[in-house]
Design a protein around this ligand. Sequence first.
Ligand SMILES: C[S@@+](CC[C@H](N)C(=O)[O-])C[C@H]1O[C@@H](n2cnc3c(N)ncnc32)[C@H](O)[C@@H]1O
Length: 254
Amino acid sequence: MRPTPFDWPSVPGGTRPCSAWALRPYSPCGIGSVAMTEPDFLRDTRASYDAVATAYAERFGDELDARPLDRGMLAGFAEVVRAAGAGPVADVGCGTGRVTAYLDGLGVPAFGIDLSPGMIEVARRTYPGLRFEVGSMLALDLPDASLGGLLAWYSVIHVPDERVPEAFAEFCRVLAPGGLVLLGFQVGDDSVHRSEGLGHPVALDFRRRRPEWVAELLGQAGLEVRARLLREPDDDGDFPERDQQAFLLARKPA
Ligand SMILES: C[S@@+](CC[C@H](N)C(=O)[O-])C[C@H]1O[C@@H](n2cnc3c(N)ncnc32)[C@H](O)[C@@H]1O
């Protein structure tokens, strides 16, 4: 069976104000006098998506058409974000921009951020009316409390378990009070390493996770889980999947 885009090719593991992780984001230039080198997982993920960017857009540009329940979750997210009226949505790990554009089409002001300049280049070319920037979810170049929503659609899957609290603290920091976050990811307990994808050499780890574990970490970052959808794998059609899919909606307390 051909893997889904996000599993071409997981690992398990009180609400409070945004966790202290937000105070010490990753910085390629180091923090103060402490020099830091970029972790291998960021470098490898960026290089891999740069290599597959065009092929990814061709293969998965219309994948959402085959996913009515995923579109339903995105529509619900768009509606609650609009109702909260707390600001625009950042699609973090936007890839080639297909979901950013979908949200924009639902009337939510949306822009994209991605680690891979290659993916961002394709997104800008495909959706010239939308804004896309290169950046990492571990150190978002966004002011505190500036977003009404944050979407991380199959992007946290490339962040190692021990760095996920850092990403969620960043999500909490940039969300305005009452802002919402929506996550999509594959359910499971294992991690898969791929050295080939869409006909290109890559070095990517895909982490399947338990929704309970992800929900616990969201809570620790200061985000309240408001809804969970578990979808069984679609095992026919053009985009067959092998895993259950999870979608978690959480809110920063108003
Ligand atoms: C499976 S693709 C999903 C892309 C898009 N969300 C979609 O649904 O088509 C994963 C994306 O997450 C991005 N990504 C991975 N780690 C990231 C990080 N630390 N910060 C920002 N983007 C990241 C990758 O560059 C890639 O474009």
